[in-house]
Design a protein around this ligand. Structure first.
Ligand SMILES: Nc1ncnc2c1ncn2[C@@H]1O[C@H](COP(=O)(O)OP(=O)(O)O)[C@@H](O)[C@H]1O
Ligand SMILES: [Mg+2]
Length: 150
């Protein structure tokens, strides 16, 4: 099941990579810290404002923690994208975990299957400009987010 997909073109079609994508494993807690640092650097390079840098870093931090805690570990690919008018930062989180049974429920403020605050997915969605969530028990979970400079 997918939420926020932009149709068959996948939304990514309009945004070409403007650098070399960086892939990072997310398997231990310190990887989450590393992801924050890499996303911050990419956001600076894409000329996001300080506020937008922080929004993107916060979203990436929540998604990385979900990859670790619920996905049983996974990876993220971070790159700078260009749609011809603006630059942005894209982060794609993937895991081969159990998947999310009910995406609408998982995206509800305050809903957690664990002991979290249940604001990671819903909060991240609000903090970024593009948000796509794809999940199934067979393929695990993929979350794609983009934050554009303005
Ligand atoms: N990568 C993932 N794999 C499986 N389930 C996930 C994943 N990410 C999120 N979830 C599910 O969505 C719920 C909501 O996530 P989130 O909003 O980040 O809240 P929290 O992390 O506080 O539980 C989680 O409790 C979990 O059940
Ligand atoms: Mg979370």
């Amino acid at each position: 099941m997918t939420i926020g997909g932009l149709g068959p073109q996948g939304g990514g079609a309009a945004s070409s990579s403007a650098g070399s994508p960086q892939r990072h494993a997310i398997v231990v807690e310190s990887d989450v810290v590393r992801v924050r640092q890499v996303v911050r650097s990419a956001a600076v390079a894409a000329r996001l404002s300080l506020v937008d840098q922080t929004k993107m870093v916060t979203a990436a931090s929540e998604l990385a923690r979900n990859t670790l805690v619920y996905g049983g570990g996974g990876a993220v690919t971070i790159d700078i994208v260009d749609n011809g008018r603006r630059r942005g930062v894209r982060a794609v989180f993937t895991d081969s975990g159990p998947g999310i049974a009910d995406l609408d429920l998982a995206l509800t403020d305050g809903w957690t299957s664990g002991s979290g605050l249940g604001l990671g997915l819903s909060g991240s969605r609000r903090l970024v400009d593009e948000f796509e969530l794809e999940s199934s028990p067979e393929t695990g979970t993929t979350v794609r987010v983009v934050k554009w400079s303005r």
